[in-house]
Write a protein that binds this ligand. Structure first.
Ligand code: ATP
Ligand code: MG
Length: 188
């Protein structure tokens, strides 16, 4: 089973991804987490990525391709994957389709975590205080939202037309949202 989690910054993708991966034994691909690891290691990719992330833009597809290829290499024998934060634009979605068909695999479902903009600011600013992520501030958030609307939202239509999209409200109790997601997965 291969799942994609789609949603704006602060939608709760990482939180739900951890719960889903634990229950269904999937390997968690978070491109955001992998990029932050590169930044912490001060690698060449990390140095490039930090500047772009702090501007609220998407890092280049070239960097992302390397990040995901190395992830799939390290997790070759997994029974399934949960993709969190990837794909984020149409070029990445096409790349994913290509990788899936190369490995005779397919996307089982795309779960859209739906959260209104008014909740996102509050969540991101409080996470900024707790975790100190340098992109979790008001100015960068505005750019991240703009990037999401312009580049990532078109994927909702893309996956809806492919018959893969399921929408879940990402507002409310974490465990309640998780149950809604689990019931979608159990019906696949
Ligand atoms: P949240 O962590 O609340 O889900 P988010 O989705 O904005 O918020 P991450 O997924 O952690 O956060 O991504 C942080 C940043 O890393 C993005 O704003 C972007 O700059 C970069 N990034 C992550 N994934 C990709 C990707 N697939 N393509 C391009 N850039 C990416
Ligand atoms: Mg995340």
């Amino acid at each position: 089973m291969n799942l994609v989690l789609l949603g704006p910054p602060g939608a709760g993708k990482g939180t739900q991804a951890n719960l889903i991966c634990e229950k269904y034994k999937l390997s968690h691909l978070s491109t955001g987490d992998l990029l932050r690891l590169e930044i912490a290691n001060k690698s060449e990719v990390g140095v490039k990525a930090k500047q772009i992330i702090d501007e609220g833009k998407l890092v280049s597809n070239e960097i992302i391709i390397n990040v995901i290829k190395s992830f799939f290499n390290k997790n070759k024998n997994s029974s399934g994957y949960l993709l969190d934060g990837f794909p984020r634009n149409t070029a990445q979605a096409r790349l994913l389709d290509k990788l899936m068909s190369e490995f005779k695999n397919k996307i089982s479902c795309v779960i859209q975590l739906d959260v209104e903009e008014k909740h996102l600011k509050e969540r991101i600013l409080s996470r900024g205080k707790e975790e100190g992520r340098s992109d979790d501030n008001e100015e960068t958030l505005l750019k991240r939202l703009e990037t999401y609307f312009n580049e990532t939202m078109p994927l909702i239509k893309y996956y809806d037309e492919a018959g893969l999209l399921k929408k879940v409200s990402g507002v409310g109790e974490i465990m309640h949202i998780n149950q809604l997601i689990n019931s979608i997965i159990d019906r696949l």
